[in-house]
Design a binder for this molecule. Structure first.
Ligand SMILES: NC(=O)c1ccc[n+]([C@@H]2O[C@H](COP(=O)([O-])OP(=O)(O)OC[C@H]3O[C@@H](n4cnc5c(N)ncnc54)[C@H](OP(=O)(O)O)[C@@H]3O)[C@@H](O)[C@H]2O)c1
Length: 324
């Protein structure tokens, strides 16, 4: 007789009631705990100052991809906390403008480094040299590139250029920047590394597949690094945003589920030290919670359909432009 048959034969209703009760209690407890965590991070944290005080981790922060969007918002919000900021992006003019904007709005120092992260390991000695002697408490690995619009894998134009570029910008930069700042953080026994991954890395993302795969790397890298260095005073946070109104997302209008970069970053910064892995704001976390629980086939079908509609829209738009 199989163990399950034996169990069914001798178990009476009380056993089933107890097992059912424990299961319901377990899931209820999990739900209550996640609601409490969300409430603490997104409602209580800012008024009560529950997040890590990043200024105490070091006088300087480094933000990659800081001339626009989410990176610029991180740079400004960190400056608002009284932290000096090193801005790293590719265009010197834009960097100087953002540095000027930050210095005139907040009483902090800035430093700019113009670098194109599509480059390989050869670009990092110059970055490393520019950061020498600075007490860096916070690193925000934000720089990222995506697709101009959704495409099937074999439709990607100039793949020989695009593949190494997206790997260098989205993955190599994160590893190399971490390698540059982490030793000093470890010596001081404190520091925070905030990695901007993406919610597109939470499930297969057809038609933006390579972008999403690079974000899976970033998320996994962050989680592993937290296990390696968390006990040594280093906070590694993986941030997984859904849409935010930026140049990259092409969303212009804010809505309940699409915040602007400032709204998003204020909320995300309030989770540092509370959440190791976060969707960054309440509406994105609710979406993330649902995405993690939805059946895979449903997510894949819906994602493919939405991405393909967007693809068709852009193909038509570019075809019309060519005709003009
Ligand atoms: N926006 C969203 O909805 C969303 C959602 C999920 C995840 N994310 C992630 O959030 C991060 C920031 O995205 P975003 O939407 O804020 O992008 P964004 O508005 O396009 O800004 C990107 C920033 O990175 C810089 N940059 C881009 N390519 C670079 C390169 N090769 N070398 C140096 N700097 C470069 C840009 O400089 P220039 O100003 O010179 O172009 C700009 O400062 C990315 O990692 C992205 O994957 C965004």
């Amino acid at each position: 007789m199989l163990p399950i048959q034996l169990f069914l034969r001798y178990a009476d209703n009380r056993v089933f009631t107890a097992v059912g009760g424990c299961t319901v209690a377990w899931f209820s407890l999990k739900l209550i705990l996640s609601v409490w965590r969300g409430f603490k991070s997104y409602v209580l944290s800012r008024p009560l100052g529950l997040a890590t005080d990043l200024k105490k981790l070091g006088a300087w922060a480094v933000v990659t991809g800081s001339t626009d969007g989410i990176g610029k918002a991180y740079a400004k919000e960190l400056a608002a906390k009284g932290i000096n900021v090193v801005l790293i992006s590719r265009s010197l003019d834009k960097l100087k403008n953002v540095a000027h904007e930050i210095e005139s709005e907040y009483r902090v120092q800035t430093k700019v480094v113009d670098v194109d992260f599509t480059g390989g390991t050869e670009i990092y000695p110059r970055i490393s040299k520019s950061l020498q002697g600075l007490e860096i408490g916070t690193l925000v690995n934000n720089v990222g590139m995506g697709y101009s619009f959704p495409k099937f894998f074999l439709e990607i134009p100039k793949a020989e250029e695009f593949f190494p570029n997206i790997l260098n910008v989205n993955i190599l930069s994160c590893m190399m920047m971490t390698k540059i700042v982490l030793p000093n953080m470890l010596e001081r026994g404190k520091g925070a590394i905030i990695n901007i991954a993406s919610a597109s890395g939470m499930q297969p993302a057809p038609l933006i597949n390579i972008y999403a795969a690079t974000k899976v790397f970033m998320d996994f890298f962050s989680r592993g690094l937290q296990v390696e260095y968390g006990s040594k005073g280093i906070i590694i946070q993986s941030v997984l945003p859904f849409f935010v109104t930026t140049k990259l997302s092409k969303f212009r209008k804010t809505s309940l589920f699409v915040p602007n970069p400032t709204q998003y970053v204020r909320s995300a910064l309030a989770t540092v030290g509370l959440e190791q892995r976060t969707n960054g704001c309440m509406s994105h976390s609710i979406k993330g919670w649902a995405v993690e629980r939805a059946p895979e086939w449903l997510k894949n079908k819906a994602q493919l359909q939405v991405a393909n509609n967007v693809r068709k829209y852009y193909l038509k738009k570019y075809a019309n432009k060519k005709k003009e």
